[in-house]
Design a protein. Structure first.
Length: 452
């Protein structure tokens, strides 16, 4: 058993300050109190927040900016960018994927993410053949996450078509399944093999409306168990194609044909109209927004203000990892709304609580549900002690009062204010560094040279 003392720890209701946390040998919380015992094992001079779930990741795309930024593909639009992404996807081998994933997951830990939802469609070998171990690439991602100390919900993604009623392209050969049977076998195998692992979960996903037959989307999204993820309306072209093929917009079609509920996570639900917003609100579905990637790719702006007014559920992801910082994602989300609506009320229309506390709760609670984790509070008995800690002695924070602390952390902090990240009660990041970073870094550099 161990007792840690923090200057403060954030719960849903607000700060506990000071906060004494007793944990067991496995790093699980035994108790939380503002009144401590006389003997404390570790005094942490900092403010503890729950680590953030990165609710949408394609780990291999972390290599993209380094390889594609200057290429002829980069400048035009999403669909041109996709050519560059396919070029990388068709090049990377399992060892290289694992190296890149380790680097990006270690970096996520450094900036405050503690769990990643990996939306994984790079299933097959370079010729599009199934690997001897059909879960080869999936297991590399799980291994990368567990090695660096990151929790992972792996979402193997079903992918079959290039567009509505159109066969997959040669460039998509590593992504596609010939039917649901082989996909479901992969999911079942992974679920069985990871069932005893505390920080690994397996979800279910469809790449997008355009990438699967309608019957398959209905079947997969109506599965009873666990979180389901789907790219939904990132680009206007997707909406137009859906209207042409199905006579309905993507969210509209989904809500009319699938039991959309709180386990359905719609990624990039950007191009939705007011009727679709209402459908999502009634269904209590979750929307995963990736503001930095959506801005980088010129996707468009999610109508957050209207959605928040109806108490819509949302959380964040870093998607292509053009930037990695959960607080920056939140700032992007908020600042774009301020610019569009010409006001400076943070997360406007959040009526029930302080807007910043509201935004943080969305990110934490809905992020966890999207990962298949149900919790009532940020920290509670039997939960692993996973937290990011901001230094209470940094110039920014040493005189702050609790009332303004969360807003200051979200709007003003940067990584220099971080003391580190605790995962299961152990320091996994200290001084901006992962203990295995030297090795992770050199393997990553070697991989990047190979991929150039
Ligand atoms: Zn994505």
């Amino acid at each position: 058993m161990k007792v840690l003392r923090f200057d403060g720890l954030l719960q849903k209701k607000g700060w506990i300050s000071p906060a004494y946390i007793r944990i067991n040998a496995a790093g699980q919380i035994i108790s939380i109190s503002a009144h401590g015992p006389t003997n404390v094992d570790e005094i942490v001079p900092g403010w503890a927040l729950p680590t953030v779930t990165n609710a949408h990741s394609h780990a291999f795309q972390y290599a993209m900016p380094l390889l594609a930024e200057d290429s002829k593909f980069a400048a035009a639009d999403f669909w041109h960018w996709r050519h560059a992404m396919y070029a990388l996807a068709n090049k990377i081998n399992p060892d290289q994927l694992e190296c890149v994933a380790k680097r990006v997951y270690a970096e996520m830990l450094r900036v405050g993410y503690g769990w990643v939802i990996e939306f994984h469609y790079l299933h097959h070998d370079h010729k599009g053949q199934t690997y001897c171990n059909p879960a080869e690439m999936s297991e590399r991602l799980i291994h990368a996450a567990t090695e660096v100390g990151m929790g992972i919900t792996l979402v193997p993604v079903f992918y079959k078509n290039s567009n509505f009623h159109t066969q997959a392209l040669q460039a998509q050969r590593r992504f596609i399944f010939d039917g649901l049977d082989s996909y479901l076998k992969l999911v079942e195998g992974l679920t069985t093999r990871t069932s005893g692992l505390e920080k690994v979960k397996i979800g279910c996903g469809v790449h997008s409306m355009r990438a699967a037959d309608m019957a398959d989307i209905i079947y997969l999204m109506n599965q009873q168990q666990g979180p389901k993820h789907l790219h939904i309306a990132e680009q206007i072209k997707e909406v137009d194609d859906c209207l042409t093929a199905l006579g309905a917009r993507p969210v509209q079609w989904l809500c009319e044909h699938v039991n959309v509920n709180e386990n359905i996570n719609l990624i990039h639900a950007i191009h939705i109209n007011s009727s679709e917003i209402n459908q999502l609100l009634s269904a209590k579905a979750n929307v995963v927004l990736c503001p930095s990637t959506e801005a980088y790719l010129g996707d468009g702006l999610f109508p957050l203000s209207s959605y928040v007014l109806g108490h819509g559920r949302w959380c964040i992801g870093s998607d292509s990892h053009i930037r990695l910082n959960p607080f920056e994602e939140l700032r992007w989300l908020d600042y774009c709304q301020r610019l569009v609506h010409e006001h400076c009320i943070p997360f406007c229309n959040a009526q029930t609580m302080h807007p910043v506390a509201y935004a943080f709760e969305q990110v934490i609670s809905n992020g966890r549900l999207a990962a298949g984790i149900k919790t009532d509070d940020y920290f509670a008995q039997d939960q692993a002690l996973d937290c990011l800690v901001f230094s209470s002695t940094s110039g920014l924070l040493d005189t702050i009062n609790l009332e303004h602390l969360l807003s200051t952390l979200i709007y003003r902090s940067d990584c220099h204010d971080l003391l580190g990240t605790l995962i299961s009660g152990q320091w996994q990041i200290t001084n901006q560094n992962h203990p295995d970073m030297e090795h992770i870094e050199s393997a990553f550099k070697k991989t990047m040279l190979e991929l150039r």
